[in-house]
Design a protein around this ligand. Structure first.
Ligand SMILES: [Zn+2]
Ligand SMILES: [Zn+2]
Length: 113
């Protein structure tokens, strides 16, 4: 399904990449995740590959599912935005990068708790 119509129907300011490391306007290669949020195509692939395990409820999710907590902190003369990833299920900040099941070098299936 082509979502190129979004270039016409959304203003540039409404086309911000949702990948927390990017957050830039999307001028080309627009893509959507399953929740309907917008990404650069490349950012979406990176985000899907970025898996986290919550140490609070032990669920595993990727960077498109994580909840982003944005805080402004005063740094010298200006502000700095601090982004924290939160668990989408329990809201915990206690996250650990997790490996994807199929990318385990041993080829074993790992069962999550
Ligand atoms: Zn991006
Ligand atoms: Zn959790």
């Amino acid at each position: 399904m082509s979502i190129r119509y979004l270039y016409r129907s959304l203003p540039k300011s409404g086309r911000t990449c949702n990948y927390y490391r990017c957050q830039r306007p999307i001028l080309r290669n627009i893509a959507k995740d399953k929740a309907g949020r917008l990404y650069h195509w490349g950012c979406l692939q990176t985000a899907l590959d970025e898996q986290y395990r919550c140490l609070g409820c032990y669920s595993i999710f990727d960077a498109t599912e994580a909840v982003l907590d944005e805080k402004q902190r005063t740094v010298g003369e200006g502000y700095k935005t601090i982004l924290t990833l939160l668990c989408p299920h329990c809201g915990s900040q206690d996250l650990k990068p997790a490996q994807k099941h199929h990318s385990m070098p041993s080829g074993q299936t790992v069962h999550c708790m």
